[in-house]
Design a protein. Structure first.
Ligand SMILES: O=C(O)CCC(=O)C(=O)O
Ligand SMILES: [Fe+2]
Length: 355
């Protein structure tokens, strides 16, 4: 997992100047959090990396309900290597500490990050949990976008669904799940803890749902995408099933696809199931199992641009072509007309889990 020395925080005294408040407010703005919120730093640990030491890729768990981000403060120390590498939505960025000055890096806790092995010298960091305080809903209500969004919701719930391979029109959708961009744990799911761009979008849609006479809640969705795909490293013959012994870990042309780059062609199928939500009646986290149709799902960032938590490639099996299955978990805002209930019998598929 990691190879570092940790100095227990009880033994660490840190005295910041006034400038730290300004820096934190700048970080709040750059992380896309609204102006009337504040980031509160809470010292987590002091780490010393000697030559050769490192921290493998991981996400920081949200130990505190209000924790949204992590702050890494690198103390001045001559060293090479030991870069802090942070991933977000498929992009990575490297940060290097400085020899004679303090440097600060803040990132959302759901971003995977690692520290590469220190090549020479020592690297010393202080890590902080950044807790979010304040309310972001108040400002949204006055935004002119709210009436536009409310009109969009009314149109959505009044427009019959176009059925595939049929000239018949279906009934209008009874719900809308808008997928968010950041990762949330079931525990971290709360209006006051939406992150970055999700904060503003959540606040606007919440105000719009209210205006359109709709209910809205937060949920976690399981998404499976099946792609028509091929492996560019496999030669033509292998596509026809003659590759059994090429890769001992990959017996039947099937296996975890996490580390490999396949070429995606067409999206064959998507299935979206809500697995957890904040119960509209109880206000508490509940397990559910509610399948959504494509017409009931919307997002700004396509799911294919996110990082799947699992994937599996199935090579050519004789009957059908090569497919790549990818599984994702995304948070969603779920909206439905008030009084209509989300699980009316005969409308879409619905199965209740516990609760
Ligand atoms: O030392 C660093 O830069 C990062 C440490 C870290 O990721 C952690 O403590 O979770
Ligand atoms: Fe970390």
């Amino acid at each position: 997992m990691r190879d570092t020395w940790e100095i227990p925080k009880e033994l660490v005294r840190v005295q910041w100047t006034e400038a730290f408040t300004t820096v934190l407010d700048g970080m709040r703005a750059e992380l896309g959090l609204p102006p009337h919120c504040r980031l509160m730093p809470e010292l987590h640990s002091m780490l010393l990396y000697e030559t050769g030491q490192f921290f493998v890729p991981h996400q920081d768990s949200e130990k505190d309900d209000a924790m949204v981000a992590t702050l890494v403060v690198s103390l001045p120390s001559a060293h090479t290597g030991g870069e802090l590498v942070i991933e977000h939505q498929g992009r990575t960025k490297k940060y290097r500490g400085l020899k004679t000055a303090v440097s600060l890096v803040a990132f959302y806790s759901d971003c995977r990050h690692q520290v590469l092995p220190v090549k020479t010298g020592n690297r010393v960091t202080l890590t902080y949990n950044l807790l979010l305080t304040g309310d972001s809903q108040a400002a949204a209500a006055e935004n002119p976008l709210v009436s536009e969004l409310a009109a969009g919701l009314l149109t959505h719930f009044a427009t019959p669904v176009v059925l595939p391979y049929s000239s018949r029109r279906g009934e209008p959708p009874t719900r809308l799940a808008y997928l968010l961009d950041h990762e949330y744990t079931a525990r971290g799911l709360s209006w006051s803890r939406l992150k970055g761009s999700d904060t503003v979008r959540g606040a606007l849609l919440r105000a719009a749902a209210e205006r359109a006479g709709c209910e809205i809640t937060l949920a976690l969705a399981e998404i499976q995408e099946t792609w028509d795909a091929y492996d560019p490293d496999e030669d033509e013959d292998a596509w026809y099933g003659h590759h059994e012994d090429e890769d001992p870990d990959d017996h039947e042309g099937r296996g975890s696809a996490n580390d490999r780059q396949y070429v995606l062609q067409d999206l064959i199928e998507t299935s979206t199931t809500l697995a957890h939500w904040i119960g509209p009646e109880t206000g508490r986290l509940e397990d559910i199992s509610l399948d959504l149709s494509d017409a009931e799902v919307a997002s700004t960032t396509p799911t294919a641009d996110m990082t799947p938590y699992s994937s599996e490639y199935e090579g050519y099996m004789g009957n059908y072509g090569n497919t790549l299955d990818r599984w994702y978990r995304r948070a969603a805002l779920v909206i439905w007309p008030r009084g209509q209930g989300l699980r009316r019998p005969g409308r879409g598929v619905s199965r209740m889990g516990a609760g």
